[in-house]
Ligand binder design. Structure first.
Ligand code: HEC
Ligand code: HEC
Ligand code: HEC
Length: 245
């Protein structure tokens, strides 16, 4: 119940105008379980569920809210029974009384009370562990976002070449998957800390989906022929053929 207090808000949900508020937990709490829930959901008028239509490609995609609860549920602290309030509202002593802090914020501002009750290691060690997890997650998120941009460019080129919407349906499905995955970690506010392995797994999947969609879009545009549009002539090693170099 301590965790569900925070899980009223720090979660993924639908909160738009086309239906009532909904938590997508019917199939479980993992990223794929939530995605499955949205994939199977229809709006009350029977139409396909989506959050927004992508401004450039026109694909119907989902927008992740802030899935702290769901990501935390896949991490080592959840497995060890450590709840949100244990870190974010750590106990403190005031005179003879033991109280939980109510300035809910980053536990890194309060490592002594928030972490060192359980982890009997120097504060700097805990800061370093956290920094390593968060830096890795941010770098991987940036790579996934870069790959997503390459995917979008490839889809736009395929559209410009006249590839039909019907043929692009499978590409759009991959676009939705890739974007849902990178957004899941980018919108979650711990930058990987709540479940580091799970964050890396989800970002790895995003990269895979973006690259598959990109390859599929290029294949459709070049109708199976190898794509040579980016190549002019065989580059001569040591001699740049680019202007100004
Ligand atoms: C009624 C909804 C709601 C509930 C319940 C709730 N939060 Fe929040 N929380 C928010 C919103 C909204 C923000 C963003 C506030 C802002 O940006 O000004 C926030 C911000 C935060 C922040 C970031 C604060 C900062 O430093 O900027 C933390 C940490 C946090 N909440 C943890 C928790 C924990 C832990 C619980 C359970 C004990 C909890 N919240 C319960 C809505 C909620
Ligand atoms: C083991 C400790 C721990 C537990 C348990 C934990 N968190 Fe966190 N949380 C952290 C750390 C560490 C950060 C990263 C803070 C930072 O980057 O400054 C963080 C970041 C956050 C943030 C962003 C805070 C900010 O300053 O922007 C929110 C919101 C949050 N957690 C909510 C939750 C919720 C909700 C739960 C339970 C479902 C939870 N946390 C469980 C340690 C914890
Ligand atoms: C209530 C006890 C408790 C609190 C509070 C707590 N932890 Fe933990 N933490 C654990 C347990 C238990 C594990 C799992 C250890 C194991 O299996 O060896 C763990 C694991 C970790 C790990 C390893 C994670 C991984 O994926 O390998 C890190 C890093 C960590 N904690 C940092 C922190 C930080 C930073 C804080 C404070 C924000 C914190 N912990 C607060 C109990 C706690």
């Amino acid at each position: 119940m301590r965790t569900f207090t925070c899980a009223q808000c720090h979660v993924e949900y639908y909160c738009g105008s086309k239906d009532v508020l909904e938590f997508p937990w019917g199939s479980g709490l993992r990223m794929e379980d939530l995605e499955k829930h949205w994939d199977e959901k229809k709006f009350p008028d029977g139409s396909t569920f989506f959050d927004y239509k992508h401004g450039e490609t026109g694909a119907l995609v989902y927008k992740v809210q802030h899935p702290e609860f769901e990501l935390w549920s896949q991490g080592v602290h959840a497995r060890s029974g450590v709840s949100c309030a244990d870190c974010h509202m750590a106990y403190q002593r005031i005179g003879a009384k033991k109280l939980s802090t109510h300035d809910v914020r980053s536990p890194l501002d309060n490592i002594n009370n928030a972490c060192q009750n359980c982890h009997h290691v120097p504060e700097q060690d805990l800061r370093d562990r956290d920094a390593r997890i968060q830096t890795t997650t941010i770098e991987l998120t940036e790579r996934a976002a870069g790959d997503m941009t390459d995917m979008l460019d490839a889809i736009l080129e395929a559209k410009a070449a006249g590839i039909s919407e019907g043929k692009l349906a499978e590409v759009y499905a991959l676009q939705r998957k890739a974007m849902w995955r990178v957004d899941f970690i980018a919108s979650e506010n711990s930058q990987g800390f709540h479940a580091d392995q799970e964050s890396a797994r989800i970002l790895g999947e995003s990269i895979d989906c973006s690259r598959k969609a990109e390859a599929m879009a290029i294949r459709l545009r070049t109708s199976g022929k190898p794509d040579t549009s980016g190549l002019t002539k065989t580059p001569v090693i040591g001699v740049s053929t680019r202007k100004g170099q």
